[in-house]
Design a protein around this ligand. Structure first.
Ligand SMILES: [Zn+2]
Length: 92
C-alpha cells in the first residue's frame, strides 16, 4: 500500500496500520473482532458496518494523515486497458 511507503519515508505518523484496520472509525473502539473478514468491518461496540479498507482510511485521515487522497488519484489514473492486453498476450 502507498501509505506504508510514505510512512517509511519519514512522515510523522503515530498510527499503527494494523490498528487502523481494527479501530472503529465511528466510536474509536479497537478490537480484533471488529474485523470479521478481510473486506468487511463491523464494530462489536456500536455496530458500525463498512468496507474494511474504507474504515481504515477514515481512521488514518482522522489521525491527520492526508496521503490517502493521493493514493485514490493513482488508482484512477492507472492505464488498466493497456495492462490487461499485455497480460493476455503473455498468457496466449
Ligand atoms: Zn464503533
Amino acid at each position: 500500500l502507498e501509505y506504508k511507503q510514505q510512512w517509511r519515508g519519514g512522515l510523522l505518523m503515530k498510527v499503527n496500520p494494523q490498528y487502523t484496520s481494527q479501530t472503529c472509525s465511528e466510536c474509536k473502539h479497537i478490537a480484533v473482532d471488529n474485523r470479521q473478514t478481510q473486506s468487511k468491518f463491523e464494530c462489536v461496540k456500536c455496530r458500525y458496518v463498512a468496507n474494511a479498507d474504507f474504515n481504515a482510511a477514515r481512521n488514518i485521515l482522522a489521525a491527520g494523515h492526508a496521503v490517502l487522497s493521493a493514493e485514490g488519484g493513482c488508482s484512477k489514473g492507472r492505464p488498466l486497458k493497456q495492462k490487461t492486453s499485455d497480460l493476455r498476450e503473455k498468457v496466449a
